[in-house]
Design a protein around this ligand. Sequence first.
Ligand SMILES: Cc1cc2nc3c(=O)[nH]c(=O)nc-3n(C[C@H](O)[C@H](O)[C@H](O)COP(=O)(O)OP(=O)(O)OC[C@H]3O[C@@H](n4cnc5c(N)ncnc54)[C@H](O)[C@@H]3O)c2cc1C
Length: 407
Amino acid sequence: MALESKSHTPVVGQPSVTDARETVRPATVEELSRIITEAVETKRTVLTVGGGTRLFAAGKKFDLAVDTTALTNGFRHTPADMTATVPAGMRFAEAQERLSQKGQWIPLHPPDRGDSSIGGVIAADRWGPRRHRYGTAKDWVIATTIVNGEGNIVRAGANVVKNVSGYDLNKLYIGSRGTLGIITDLSFKLSPLPAMRTTFRACFSTAGEALTTANEIHRAPLEPEALLMAKGRWTAPRAKHWWLLIELAGSEESVKAQAKTLSSLLEKSTANRWNEASQDDAAFYWRTASLGNDETAPIFATAEISFPKSYTEKLVSWLVEISPGASAKFLPFRGVAIVEVSQEMDRSLLIDEAVRIGGGIEFDGREITSPHDRWPIEPASLSIMKKLKSALDPSDIFAPGTYVGGI
Ligand SMILES: Cc1cc2nc3c(=O)[nH]c(=O)nc-3n(C[C@H](O)[C@H](O)[C@H](O)COP(=O)(O)OP(=O)(O)OC[C@H]3O[C@@H](n4cnc5c(N)ncnc54)[C@H](O)[C@@H]3O)c2cc1C
């Protein structure tokens, strides 16, 4: 086994591989299997690390950090089937680059500066503005190989787009945050890369006006790839106004026709100003919408809220009322939002509201250190989750006590 350290670029305040007493970097799945078998025998706890940008150690120190970034062999792309198998340690950006050579891609759009691993993106179930059209990892992952808590290499799912028999266990690992096993590869169904993309932005004085226009866009004969409503740190330039960021994608002919329809819709809207962005500006706007416009600016915490789509309007007005200055971004037709939480803000207000509307909430930030602070709403299925965890990780070695409900 290769015992080497690697320079990660963790987000400020996030834990890192230094939260473990020892770091290993296996280069093959067999080597990883031996490491985990030994960890079980010696009762050592394991923190799985991909790009290291989104680790959550819940203030704990682990015996072993397993750096997965050398697990990069075995990339297979079958363009005719529109499927690919990607080793978990491969950088997400590299996988997309390779797939793009044959005009295909995994249509996920996580916040990524280039160092996220494919395993980390799926284990953290990350998404971005293109979730508007493509949904999340659950819509695209078709098979997963893991090393489980007994050191066994186990594959779930198959490289076919529709696999009908048995429980779809492979979906379990999406969002499992390194608590059920170490993902070694993932198979995806793929989407064709659009021949053309173009971005429009429109600025509004109030959240209500932006939402009204978003609804008009949704009802129009348009098929945006992304439709984001944002204010503050996720807009460029950082502004107190609400922005709509809309991306059209498809064939050149279809994008041009849609761009015409969208232009006339925005012209008639209450937007203070709007424009179709140049390609460079568009890349900058989407990067900011994903990563924020100042990574070093102090931010106490963020809350990712999921809610019934029908509740979007009420949630937007409620948030504006309780925290008028806060940055926020919404995917209005997907029922998800990320809002900035200040130190003074009463987090219980957000939690109570999420419970009241039957939604979910996850806090993230340097002072969110316990699983309860991070995931304050206990899921009804927690007891089943605990049973699953002990079936797949009987010795409880994988990141114990770091996930929802203290799993
Ligand atoms: C500037 C910046 C801003 C970001 N903003 C956001 C944001 O607003 N919201 C957000 O949610 N994310 C955000 N991210 C996180 C980003 O999306 C992550 O980079 C990505 O999801 C995780 O990739 P990673 O390889 O670094 O995973 P890591 O950070 O290494 O791991 C993430 C989780 O997955 C587990 N894991 C990693 N690899 C495996 C594996 N092979 N098998 C099993 N478990 C594994 C880890 O144990 C951990 O629980 C941001 C990142 C950056 C750099």
